[in-house]
Every structure is written in structure tokens, then in C-alpha cells.
Design a protein around this ligand. Structure first.
Ligand code: GRF
Length: 189
């Protein structure tokens, strides 16, 4: 059983899809901790309902990123975390965590990287009028949405699509692909 932590900042639909998918598909992993930097985020309620331990704190309570990540690291060690999955975590991972978990931090991005990195991957692709976009699962490095790609899934954009309909399909694809990539990563590690 690989012990996983999920980092999230907001809604948490990927968090929930991972936790329930791991159970339903009998994947040899266990989500042992949610790390959340937004104490009022919906993802915390999801974790409580799913009985996943939560660590949450506001970044501004710490002196700097190193101090914040050192506090997170203590939690990860306490829970025996071996792999970190970012799922809508809105902070850039710093050297403290990158060095502690080399090649062991994964991110999901709602576009076909290297196209449309940053916070608004779905909106930016839609506004650019592309005929296809998608989802990327990748290793995290020191850049923004720039680490080695693990898997991608294409989502076609139909002429009648609205931002809402496209977003819905992207999120459905995310939930499926993140689990699929997790299985692949666990086979390799
Ligand atoms: C997802 O689109 C993910 O790709 C991006 O942030 C969003 C999080 O959604 N990094 P949710 O909180 O999992 O619903």
C-alpha cells in the first residue's frame, strides 16, 4: 500500500475522485492526508465526509515558503507519505518539498501542456479557439506546469461548446486520467 497525500486548495472534485476511485478500483494505495492551504475550502468538507485526515494552515501564518513547507513536511513524515498528488493546489512547490520528494510529486493540469500553462488552462484554450484541448498529468519540478509529462488525454472542442460545457468534459476527463496515471506510476515506482 503506497501512502499518498493529496494537496488541494479549493473545490476538491479531483480529490474526491481519487479517494473513491482508489477504493472502488482496489488500487494498492491509500490517501492518508489532505494538505490544504485554504481553511474554508470545500475540499476539507469532502475529506471529513470521506474520513481522510486533514492538515490545513494559512500560508500567511508562516515566515516564508521554507517555513510553511517544513511544517507540511513534518506532517507528511508523521503520516508516512511516499507520494504527493497535487489536485488544484494553487501554490508553487518550493525546494524544501522538491528535495524531500524527488520525482514523487505529481500534478494535474487542465490543458495539453506545454500549451496553456498557468491558472486558467481551460479558459485560455477556449478563448484561443482551439479544436482540441485536454488534460495533462506530469511530475512537478521547480517551474510552473513544466515537469516531465506522464500522460495526456485529448478533449475535442465542438463548435457548439460553451466554456461551461467544455469545463465539464475536462473535469470528467481529469477524474478518469488521474486514476489511470496513478496506476501507471505505482507500477513504475
Ligand atoms: C482542476 O482543473 C485541476 O486540473 C487544476 O485545478 C482544478 C481543480 O479542480 N489544477 P478540483 O478542485 O479538483 O475540483
Amino acid at each position: 500500500m503506497k501512502k499518498l497525500a493529496i494537496f488541494a486548495s479549493g473545490n476538491g472534485s479531483n480529490f474526491e475522485a481519487l479517494v473513491t476511485g482508489i477504493q472502488q478500483q482496489k488500487i494498492a494505495a491509500q490517501v492518508v492526508l489532505l494538505v490544504c492551504d485554504q481553511p474554508t475550502a470545500l475540499v476539507i468538507q469532502r475529506a471529513q465526509r470521506l474520513k481522510i485526515p486533514v492538515w490545513t494552515a494559512e500560508f500567511k501564518q508562516f515566515a516564508d515558503k521554507a517555513a510553511f513547507e517544513t511544517a507540511i513536511l513534518a506532517q507528511l513524515r508523521q503520516h508516512g507519505v511516499e507520494l504527493i498528488l497535487l489536485a488544484g493546489y494553487m501554490r508553487i512547490i518550493g525546494p524544501t518539498l522538491l528535495q524531500a520528494y524527488p520525482q514523487r510529486i505529481i500534478n494535474i493540469h487542465p490543458a495539453l501542456l506545454p500549451k496553456f500553462p498557468g491558472r486558467h488552462g481551460i479558459e485560455d484554450a477556449f478563448a484561443a479557439g482551439v479544436t482540441e484541448t485536454g488534460v495533462t498529468i506530469h511530475y512537478v519540478d521547480a517551474g510552473v506546469d513544466s515537469g516531465p509529462i506522464i500522460q495526456q488525454a485529448v478533449v475535442p472542442v465542438a463548435p457548439q461548446d460553451t466554456l461551461a460545457s467544455l469545463s465539464r468534459r475536462i473535469h470528467q476527463t481529469e477524474h478518469r486520467l488521474y486514476l489511470q496515471s496513478l496506476v501507471k506510476i505505482l507500477e513504475e515506482k
